[in-house]
Design a protein around this ligand. Sequence first.
Ligand code: FPP
Length: 287
Amino acid sequence: MTGSSYPPVSAPRHVGIIMDGNGRWAERQGKPRLIGHRVGAAAVRRTTEAAAKLGISQLTLFAFSSENWRRPEEEVDFLMRLFRRFLRSERDRLRRDGVRLLAVGRLAELPAFVVRELEHTIEATGNGERITLCLAVNYGGRQEIVDACRSLAARAASGRIDPEAIDADAVEASMYQPDMPPLDLVIRTGGEMRLSNFLVWQSAYAEFWSTATCWPAFGEELLGRAVAEFRRRERRFGALTPSTGEPQPIVDCGLRISDWRVEPCCPHQSSRDAHKPFGDVIVQGGD
Ligand code: FPP
């Protein structure tokens, strides 16, 4: 993209969500952490529907990272069984609702019963045109780039590609889903401000939005707020501002410390708990 010709900001095409805070949400209700994951599955359904209504064409959810194997065995087993149950119970609904399911990650390393359900659901929903729901499972952004490099190196070694011809398009074509559009917006729930190895390549120019609300309490309203905030952002993709041809000056936006407020991790968390150290973030008033 050159000069001042970057497109006006419209609805994001591809939104990724780092679904965080399941355990904290459950603990704050006095329930075992695993209940947070179970309630989190309902938020997946809700948020997919909300995303489709907002005209988002792809939603990618970070369901299980390459690093999540380090969690207690009981939790990993629970999550794997939850994925199976979700895929089985949602398959027909996804198909009826025009949702196409995809998955990215080192899928072959997942338990066979998860791979089987993923494959069935991907096949059954292949004609969905309303929205693509992509689950990142056993996924790591750095691992994806490593895998792409390995595949390009193997092709170069066997003479199928000239090393000089390897460019960004060639790397992209070697990713888990070569047709995946670049991420426009990354949302993280649970209050942290990290990318945590999520779609590292695809998020190069993504806007980032974080909410203190934990994933099980996420849904249409917060997704709408994130999209509204996204539409107010100016995306320059490394170019200059269109009006002056100059980089934007740093301006005093008039915000004062008193304009900021502390948002609790979960909407129903009592104000008495709002000072607790985990998950509480300071957000701009009226955000
Ligand atoms: C992070 O919360 C969440 C996960 C590691 C798992 C994400 C899984 C779900 C939302 C379950 C449903 C998903 C599908 C696709 C059916 P955490 O446990 O790290 O929360 P904490 O930071 O409060 O401990």
